[in-house]
Design a binder for this molecule. Structure first.
Ligand code: SF4
Length: 229
C-alpha cells in the first residue's frame, strides 16, 4: 500500500498576523496610492487645531469650519487670546464645541508660553498640550513634521484592525502597540490614512461591502454577519 498523501490546505486567512498585515499594507498602497490627510491646513498649528476639531466629527465638516476660523485666527498667538465665545461659535458645528474651543485655546496658550509659539515635534511634549492624546499627536508628527512616532488609531482604524483580526484589543493605545509590532515604522502613518479610506469606502461600520472588498481573502470575518458595537 502506498503512502497516503494528506493535502495541506493553506488559505491566506491562515497566514500569520504579520504576513497578513504586510499583504494588507501592500494592497492598501495599490488601492489608494494618493491617500493623504484629508484635513485642510497650512501650518502645524492649523493641523493641530483641525485634528482636535475632528474628534467625533467628519474631516469634511471640519474643512467647512476651518476657513472662517483660520481666516480670523490663523496662528497660536491669535488663538491664545481669542474671545472664547467667538471661538465656540466658529467651531460649534463640529460638536462638543465648548470643550474643543477651550482645549484649542489652552493648547495655543501653552504653545506660545512654553514652546516659543512653535508646535513641538516630540511626542512627550505634544501630550502635555490640553486636548492632545496620542491620536492627535501622531497625526501632527506625521503630517506636519514627517515623523512616524506611532500608528494613528481612530474609529475606522480600530474597527478594521479588529475585523481583520490584527488585534483583539479594544483600547486604542493597546491597538496601536499591536500594530506597531506588525508594521514597518516607515508605514505607520500611511497605514492609518489608507485604512481610513478603506473604512469610508468599503468596510463601513454598519454595512461592510465584503463582496467588493479586495482584502476579503485575508479577512477572518469576510461575508459573516457583523456585530456592530
Ligand atoms: S472583507 Fe468585509 S469585514 Fe473584512 S475588511 Fe473587507 S469589508 Fe471589512
Amino acid at each position: 500500500m502506498g503512502t497516503k498523501i494528506i493535502p495541506v490546505i493553506t488559505t491566506r486567512k491562515s497566514l500569520s498576523k504579520k504576513k497578513r498585515s504586510l499583504e494588507i499594507l501592500a494592497r492598501l498602497k495599490r488601492l489608494y496610492p494618493d491617500a493623504t490627510c484629508s484635513l485642510n491646513y497650512s501650518t502645524p498649528v492649523q493641523l493641530l487645531v483641525a485634528t482636535i476639531l475632528s474628534a467625533q466629527c467628519t474631516d469634511e465638516r471640519v474643512n467647512k469650519v476651518t476657513p472662517a476660523l483660520f481666516g480670523k485666527f490663523p496662528d497660536a498667538q491669535s488663538l491664545a487670546i481669542a474671545d472664547l465665545v467667538e471661538l465656540e461659535s466658529l467651531v460649534r458645528s463640529t460638536g462638543f464645541y465648548r470643550n474643543k474651543a477651550k482645549n484649542i485655546q489652552a493648547a495655543c496658550r501653552m504653545i506660545v508660553t512654553e514652546f516659543n509659539s512653535v508646535v513641538p515635534n516630540q511626542m512627550e511634549q505634544l501630550l502635555k498640550l490640553p486636548g492632545v492624546a496620542r491620536k492627535t499627536a501622531n497625526v501632527v508628527l506625521a503630517h506636519a513634521y514627517g515623523i512616524n512616532a506611532g500608528v494613528t488609531v481612530d474609529t475606522h482604524v480600530k474597527r478594521l484592525c479588529q475585523r481583520l483580526g490584527l488585534t483583539e484589543a479594544k483600547d486604542p493605545v493597546r491597538i496601536e502597540q499591536d500594530l506597531m509590532g506588525l508594521l514597518p515604522q516607515s508605514d505607520w502613518e500611511n497605514w492609518s490614512i489608507r485604512l481610513i479610506y478603506h473604512g469610508r469606502a468599503i468596510c463601513k461600520a454598519r454595512s461592510p461591502v465584503c463582496v467588493a472588498c479586495e482584502l476579503a481573502d485575508l479577512c477572518p470575518v469576510a461575508n459573516k454577519p457583523m456585530v456592530v458595537g
